[in-house]
Structures are given as C-alpha cells and as structure tokens.
Design a protein. Structure first.
Length: 171
C-alpha cells in the first residue's frame, strides 16, 4: 500500500503543532502518527469528490479526462471539494467548468466509495441534474464531452461512474 494511503505515513515526521518528532501508536484500532509531547494525532483525511449525472434522451453526460488519475478515460463531470465548499454548489460549478452546461440539481443519486488503488476521490457524492442552459463544450481538465447511450459507452474511469450508469439502468 502506498505511503499516502496508510493510516500512519512515515512521511509525517514532525508534529505540525509543536515540531516534536512523531511516533506511531495504535489509536482507534489503527496505527496513527502521534506526537508524544503535545498529544496531536495525525489523521489521513479522505479526498471527497462531487459530480453530476445528467441524462438526456436516455444518454448520460460524460467527460474525457485530460489528467491523471485515469487520464484518457471517461467519467462524470466532477471535482474535488476543498474545505468550506458547499457540495451542491461545487457539483454545479464542476459541471459548468467541464462541459459549459448550466445544470440544476434534481436530487441526490448516492454517496460512493472509489477504491484507493484507483486514485481520485475516495468518497464521491453524486447528484442527479438536468441541463438548464448552455451548449456542450469540453473545458477545464476535460478534453472532450458528450452524451452516451448505455450500450455505446467509452472506457469508464471510476467505480462511481460505473455505479451511476448501473443506477440509470434501474431508473
């Protein structure tokens, strides 16, 4: 397992609060980096992503990724949340940045887990959305964008995108 994905990465050598050298000890059933002086505990926070599933004429909107992870594969319009971001607002913004489409959220599709070896967001919040304005055009980190029928899908990037497509088949 990669150092960045472990619960006690050795790269966390110094305490960010008091600059003491960190140690590894079991906390909450997992090894964690901890400060023996000030008692600070370093927790690995998951990456959280948000995205939209837009369906028109039984076709789902996908974007081709221009960067790693999963460069060249196709996914839902999506992006990471930063601290303080509103998930719904960020999902709408990501759709616009990557597709030039203004969308309106119509509901929560689900919250999904992407396996760590895949890279990207480990927790993914997906909203159903509909286009309210705009002409489809790839932008930001997407190199292409398009609507695809379920029987003519391109190479899909993430488990969360595959699961969204399965949800569509159940609707």
């Amino acid at each position: 397992m990669s150092d960045a994905l472990e619960s006690a990465p050795l790269s966390v050598r110094w305490c960010c609060r008091c600059a003491s050298e960190m140690i590894t000890r079991e906390i909450g059933g997992k090894p964690r980096r901890a400060c023996p002086q000030c008692k600070y505990i370093h927790f690995i926070e998951p990456k959280v992503g948000v995205g939209v599933a837009v369906v028109e004429d039984e076709q789902i909107l996908l974007v081709q990724r221009g960067f790693a992870p999963e460069k060249g594969k196709w996914s839902l319009p999506a992006g990471y949340l930063d601290r303080g971001d509103d998930p719904q607002q960020q999902a709408v913004l990501e759709a616009y940045e990557e597709t030039n489409l203004e969308v309106e959220l119509t509901g929560l599709a689900g919250v999904f887990h992407n396996p760590p070896e895949q890279g990207g967001a480990s927790v993914f919040i997906l909203y159903w959305a509909q286009r309210i304005a705009g002409e489809l055009q790839a932008g930001d980190d997407a190199v292409a964008a398009g609507f695809f029928a379920r029987d003519a899908l391109p190479d899909i990037a993430f488990a969360s995108t595959r699961y969204a497509i399965e949800l569509l088949q159940q609707r």
